[in-house]
Design a protein around this ligand. Sequence first.
Ligand SMILES: Nc1ncnc2c1ncn2[C@@H]1O[C@H](COP(=O)(O)OP(=O)(O)OP(=O)(O)O)[C@@H](O)[C@H]1O
Ligand SMILES: [Mg+2]
Length: 309
Amino acid sequence: MEDQAEKLREMVRRKNTSSSGGAAADAKVRDSLPEKNSRNQKEGKNTRIITVTSGKGGVGKTNLSVNMALAFARLGKKVVVMDADLGLANVNVMLNMIPKYNLYHVIKKQKTIREILVETEYGISIVAGASGFSQIANMNEEERQNFINELDTLSNADIIIIDTSAGVSSNVLDFIAAADDAVIITTPEPTAITDAYGIIKIIATEYDTLNMGLKLVVNRAKSVAEAKKVADRMINIAGQFLNLKVDYLGFIYDDSVVSQAVLQQKPFMVIDPKCKASVCVQHLVERMDKSKIKEAGGFGAMLKKFFGG
Ligand SMILES: Nc1ncnc2c1ncn2[C@@H]1O[C@H](COP(=O)(O)OP(=O)(O)OP(=O)(O)O)[C@@H](O)[C@H]1O
Ligand SMILES: [Mg+2]
């Protein structure tokens, strides 16, 4: 009997190494990384990068980013929320903060990223994006190198959540491509679903999605069944027409606490940790925490992919 059990264990061990492609893939990433950015791998720290994006605007990205960050922090993780929205300073507004500096100042070497990182009273830190991100495309070589080095200093974090703007600007796509997990959020509204499918399609055609976990969240659902129906439809279509695997991460109830929290400029997880929306986010994060990153690429790989180096 013992023999058989050992054989089984060996089989599982072999299956795990061959199916994940893990070691080989890791080595490939490591080898292709510029020396400067491989610090993260050397230290064995694996920063998980999660982008939150949507096709349509106003479907709940910033609320999800901020509250998911809080839920991760409650699991003992060190979390940074980065606001990559080009237009409005969403995350700041939601937390009632007016940071003096943003990534623009980092790019222009006026500040280090550590200097602009703002600790919040909720146990998470934020990096203000605002106008800074529109500058990324126009960086010269020196600014670019400096920016890479600066971003690398965030690799102490366990989780970096990037709140992107809606739709498909190239910045957004770069972030999605660089992430370990791309969370796509939609509501049950037909227009939101169509636009979410649109962004999934663009991700599928533009990028190698093999090492990225595409995860769907249905926000503002009236019932478990409604959310499931929306998710099933999207996942089936993505599988059938794009040959793309999208995981259903979960849903968030339509909950009046959310809009009250927005008005009070506090996360809904703080306003009412037991409300329907909070409980849902807690579940999403627990599920996310249990799911593994597809490839141990981590932060160095993100920088590499982000800058196409
Ligand atoms: N689960 C929910 N229940 C009730 N209302 C919600 C829920 N999620 C979001 N909302 C409402 O939708 C509004 C927009 O949410 P949020 O700002 O998070 O969206 P967004 O996708 O970040 O928007 P934008 O594209 O403008 O950045 C909130 O102010 C809130 O009123
Ligand atoms: Mg937003």
